[in-house]
Design a protein. Structure first.
Length: 278
């Protein structure tokens, strides 16, 4: 029988329209959570039409292997970090949860808090609805585009309603957030649909993730200091300023009740102090 207390949370990144930045955000958020926040995780790339997550790792691996300087820097980085890069697996949506469970069981020496699933670009099929209901949480970026908003809200409502009615469903919440927001202009669509999402009683994060060209900066072009989108390291804090990314990550940590590196250290220190006084 599965031990629910030790089972990692399943977090899906889903969207109803390609091009909203779902996979890019999944890649960046995963790296911040793992490398910076100390949250042990692995990734299931279910978007077989794109393989965005998996292919990014392969590109980076190739770049590092071809550069002696990068290879040395990476070795020093991971030595200092004290752990290897997080694992990324490819899987068809139908097999994704089964594959994830087999990986969890097969790597018994590691305790995972989180498994991140990068969904295909369109999550409207029966197969993908079933995958959605096997997640604990779904993060869904939305853009100020009426056509994509209509399909996204319909998907969110369906998942919420089915999830509540099914006793064997794992889904706890589908979390929407505005992505690629232009900070230079006030968008009436965002204002109106924020009200509508509230009327539907769906979860919408309070902040925005803002549009910036930095999100596409990869290791091959910008090197270790300027890279933003990477499976080997998080974007530097200075590069993230004003993007809304840190606010998004903090919301994820709080809502999923994830234990960060700081919290683990504080807990261990408290336990150590109690041992000394006992």
């Amino acid at each position: 029988m599965e031990n629910k207390q030790q089972r990692p949370l399943f977090l899906g990144f889903s969207s109803q329209k390609g091009g909203v930045g779902k996979s890019t955000l999944a890649e960046i958020v995963s790296s911040i959570l793992y490398y910076e926040q100390g949250i042990n995780l692995f990734v299931m790339d279910c978007d077989l039409s794109q393989d965005s997550f998996y292919k990014l790792r392969e590109r980076e691996k190739s770049i590092v292997q071809e550069s002696e300087e990068l290879s040395k820097s990476m070795q020093e980085y991971f030595h200092h970090l004290g752990k290897k890069a997080y694992r990324i697996y490819k899987s068809a949506p139908k097999e994704a949860v089964r594959t994830a469970r087999s990986k969890i069981d097969g790597i018994s020496n590691e305790k995972y808090q989180l498994v991140i699933f990068d969904f295909p670009g369109h999550a409207g099929t029966t197969e993908l609805m079933e995958l959605s209901l096997q997640m604990d949480y779904i993060l869904s970026p939305i853009e100020a585009d009426i056509q994509s908003l209509v399909s996204c809200l319909a998907y969110a409502k369906t998942i919420t309603e089915i999830g509540v009615s099914m006793s064997d469903s794992r889904i706890k919440d589908i979390i929407l957030f505005w992505n690629k927001v232009d900070r230079r202009v006030r968008n009436i669509i965002i204002d109106e649909y924020t009200k509508l999402i509230d009327e539907y009683e769906l979860t919408l994060l309070p902040g925005y993730v803002y549009a910036t060209h930095r999100f596409s900066h990869e290791l091959s072009t910008y090197g270790l200091r300027g890279v933003f989108r990477s499976t080997y390291q998080p974007p530097a804090r200075g590069l993230r300023t004003g993007t809304g990314l840190d606010e998004l990550v903090n919301e994820i940590i709080q809502r999923l009740k994830l234990k960060t590196k700081t919290e683990k250290w504080q807990r261990l220190r408290k336990e150590s102090n109690s041992w000394k006084t006992s």
